[in-house]
Design a protein around this ligand. Structure first.
Ligand SMILES: Cc1ncc(COP(=O)(O)O)c(C=O)c1O
Length: 384
């Protein structure tokens, strides 16, 4: 049997052989909605681009290889991918999710799907037994983020998947792997059933595309999700698929450098008198530092912290940095800063899941580490 290929090799080549027609090394962008049939119902493998498109197919194959799944499905956004997963459920089903999850996911659950007979509850993931104790007899889906957005808490994916699969309805365990990427951790190999991504973030990596993905290993579940993808139609377009594919080629080197820079920034923050607390799984002070070392290749590029001086100080920090651009999103080569309570997680305000308004979230990019540290010090000075 052939030796399994390294992650870096798969990222550059899986699903992307040189174009057989021209030898083009980069996957062509097939800007076509339909395909000529050779006879009625006889195709060369593609019939209509909602159902399948060669550029999207290359991305889907690459994603499946990187996550260790059998099938990848590419969507128009991370939310479209999560929405497709919720379509697996029926009225009466219950979803148990981590308590600090992306605000848009919370909004989708509470403001849309709660109207359709689904119920949702939320629990902290740090203690797997306690988390699973919040499941109900009708729990059909478990939604995890690890690290969580924005508190950088970790879930022990293997322990939670194991406990979940012993519940009466054997709920599917779905992991939003956006923050970690398959380079840092592969949830399917730890026992999860479904991986979702906002490919907008590290997979795309250059802040130039919005996209999403699902990867599954089990064939029957894969077939159901592929059916939903085609039936609902929130698919990734060919140009977007190309951009994500191109981003993925450098994922490994980018993630290594994101982590080096994030560690430098987290270190400086943790020693600064103007900072109350830093949340970064690469710091020994993180309560799940050991789990991070076990479960993740490195601690990633996201750092959150609470500034001394409350919400106003947090805003002053976010408005004072010059390299860290004030903006939503994350995972690009350029550094970003935001105040989650007022920006990405606004939809959790007035809920039990509201984020501390003094929390600042950094997406640490690939600029020079010394410049980033200097910029953070500038922000802290302005925060007062
Ligand atoms: C962890 C996580 N999941 C999902 C999403 C949604 O992805 P998209 O914005 O591509 O729809 C985001 C967006 O910020 C996210 O941070």
């Amino acid at each position: 049997m052939a030796k399994p290929q390294a992650f870096e090799t798969l990222a550059i080549h899986a699903g992307q052989p040189p174009d057989p027609a021209t030898g083009a090394v980069m996957t062509p962008v097939y800007l076509t909605s339909t395909y000529r049939q050779t006879a009625v119902g006889e195709t060369l493998g593609f019939e209509y681009s909602r159902t399948g498109n060669p550029t999207r197919k290359a991305l889907e194959a690459c994603l499946a290889a990187l996550e260790g799944g059998t099938i990848g499905l590419a969507f128009a956004s991370g939310m479209a991918a999560i929405d497709a997963v919720v379509h697996l459920l029926s009225p009466g089903d219950h979803v148990l999710a981590v308590s600090d999850l992306y605000g848009g996911t919370y909004r989708l659950f509470q403001r849309l799907y709660a109207q359709y007979g689904l119920t949702f509850s939320y629990a902290e993931p740090q203690d797997p037994q306690r988390f699973i104790a919040s499941a109900r007899p009708e729990t059909r889906l478990i939604v995890l983020e690890s690290p969580t957005n924005p508190m950088l808490n970790l879930a022990d994916l293997s322990a939670i998947s194991d406990l979940a699969h012993r519940l009466p309805r054997k709920p599917w365990v779905c992991v939003d792997n956006t923050f970690a990427t398959p380079y840092l951790q592969q949830p399917l190999s730890l026992g999860a059933d479904i991986v979702v991504h906002s490919t907008t973030k590290y997979l795309g990596g250059h802040s130039d595309v919005v996209g999403g993905a699902i990867v599954i290993r089990e064939p029957e579940l894969a077939e159901r999700l592929a059916f939903i993808q085609n039936a609902v139609g929130g698919v990734a377009g060919p140009l977007d698929s190309f951009l994500v594919l191109r981003g993925i080629k450098t994922l490994a080197v980018r993630m290594d450098r994101h982590a080096v820079n994030a560690q430098a920034v987290a270190q400086v923050l943790s020693q600064h008198p103007g900072v109350e607390q830093v949340y970064y799984p690469g710091l020994p002070s993180h309560p799940q530092f050991d789990l991070a070392r076990r479960q993740m290749r490195n601690a990633g590029g996201m750092v959150s912290f609470r500034v001394r001086g409350g919400p106003r100080a947090a805003r002053r920090f976010a408005e004072a940095t010059r390299i860290f651009a004030l903006g939503e999103s994350l995972g690009g080569v350029e550094s970003l800063v935001e105040v989650p309570a007022a920006m990405t997680h606004l939809s959790t305000a007035d809920s039990g899941l509201a984020v501390d308004p003094a929390l600042v979230r950094l997406s640490v990019g690939l600029e020079g580490a010394a410049d980033l540290v200097e910029d953070v010090e500038r922000g802290l000075k302005a925060a007062g």
